[in-house]
Ligand binder design. Structure first.
Ligand code: AMP
Length: 396
């Protein structure tokens, strides 16, 4: 048997998440190519936290060694002959990387050049890449970029209306993030409707602690809500999403905040947290039930913004076949789904209150039978998508 395992690494500044997936899909001589979308088998999954803190591993090298030990204990260490590739999640691919890419020294250098666009994420991702390459220099290693799925956006959606020379010199444009999730969920939604992704137009709402919307036409992204960085767009756990850029000038000139202080305010102390002191939608739900007004307002601002984006992307797509909810809030909060789509019947979107209220982890439809636009709940699986993209590059 040729090697069929892919180790997916998501290397952050203080944590290292991993999953080992077996990409063989019951291939036999008679049927060498079964369902290309069939779920791979998850062999191992885990997270090493508190990297660089007193309670955790000293650095990323030690963290990956911990992962290697955990995998070895299951008989699937880094030296396993079954391992076909290591796949690395990399947040920012700029305009250079638009598909999964085999990692070479040159690719590492180019990801490094993109650090100014993602100063928190790319360095941590790169550390994971470096350590993994040191441990298994002979093994194909693949970078899968969060921005890649959005690289198909037309200029009309990707460009900001600012001075062209400045924009081009500094790479200022809409890149978009959560790309592997939007790719995966839009495709699964098409399958849920019994259609080929190329036939279906989907609005994907990825609502986790970070949140983004995308408009996907026939499997191709045509617009997304996050921009140069993950700050733009929807209201998030701790990020403001859209605001008048002049708020920043005002805060620096009138309130005397430094650029770094504004950065922290908008990225870490805004969104749901800024509005009501909580960033967890479960807690906000509890507080609303107790009549808490700040929590209620936070919920209303959050769902109003969502509704605006759904309307906007209906206009962008023209014909919409489905709205798909995913990630922590999207998969679990019936209240958010209901409020976000409330009043959109004129757009052909009718959510079914009973179906919407049913909890579950399966892919499912929560629209009425008469709804012109299907409303779907599709649990995301970024690791599976990353592994699939990486495997498609290295499979024998
Ligand atoms: P994620 O980033 O996809 O892991 O999503 C995390 C967020 O999902 C948390 O901050 C919560 O706000 C939200 N969440 C998780 N479970 C639930 C739930 N049962 N109901 C409402 N929100 C939830």
């Amino acid at each position: 048997m040729p090697p069929s395992h892919v180790l997916v690494l998501n290397s952050g500044s203080s944590s290292l998440k991993y999953q080992l997936l077996d990409m063989t899909r019951g291939e036999t001589a008679a049927d060498p190519n079964p369902d290309p979308d069939a779920a791979p088998e998850r062999k191992a999954t885990g997270i090493v936290e508190h990297i660089g803190e007193p309670t955790g591993p000293a650095d990323n090298t030690e963290a990956l060694e911990t992962v290697a030990d955990e995998l070895a204990a299951r008989g699937a260490g880094l030296d396993s002959p079954d391992l076909a590739a290591i796949a690395h999640r990399v947040v920012h691919g700029g305009t250079r990387f638009t598909r999964p890419t085999l990692i070479t020294d040159e690719v590492v250098a180019e990801i490094e050049n993109l650090i100014p666009l993602a100063p928190l994420h790319n360095p941590a991702n790169l550390t994971g890449v470096r350590v993994a390459r040191r441990l298994r220099p002979d093994l194909p290693q693949v970078a899968v970029f969060d921005t890649a799925f959005h690289s198909t956006m037309p200029q009309s959606a990707a460009r900001y209306a600012i001075d062209r020379t400045v924009a081009d010199e500094y790479g200022i444009r809409r890149y978009g993030f959560h790309g592997t999730s939007h790719a995966y969920v839009s495709r699964r939604t098409a399958r849920l409707l019994g259609k080929d992704p190329s036939e279906v137009n989907v609005i994907v709402l990825h609502l986790g602690n970070g949140a983004s919307a995308s408009a996907v036409r026939g499997g191709v992204c045509v617009d997304t809500s996050m921009g140069l960085t993950p700050l733009e767009g929807l209201v998030m756990g701790t990020r403001s999403g859209d605001l008048d850029p002049a708020v920043i000038f005002h805060l620096t000139r009138v309130a005397g905040l430094s650029p770094d202080e504004v950065d922290i305010l908008l990225n870490k102390r805004s969104g749901l947290l800024g509005l009501c002191g909580d960033n967890d939608m479960r807690e906000i739900g509890r507080r609303i039930a107790e009549g808490d007004e700040a929590a209620h307002l936070a919920f209303d601002v959050y769902t109003h913004r969502l509704r605006k984006y759904v309307g906007a992307y209906c206009a962008v797509l023209g014909r919409v076949d489905a709205v798909a909810f995913t990630a922590g809030v999207g998969e679990n909060s019936a209240a958010v789904r209901g409020a976000a789509l409330d009043g959109l019947e004129p757009l052909g979107i009718e959510i079914d209150a009973v179906r919407n209220a049913v909890r579950g982890s399966a892919e499912r439809l929560v629209s009425t039978d008469t709804s012109r636009v299907a409303v779907a709940v599709v649990p995301t699986d970024e690791e599976r998508e990353i592994a699939q993209q990486a495997y498609s590059l290295v499979r024998p």
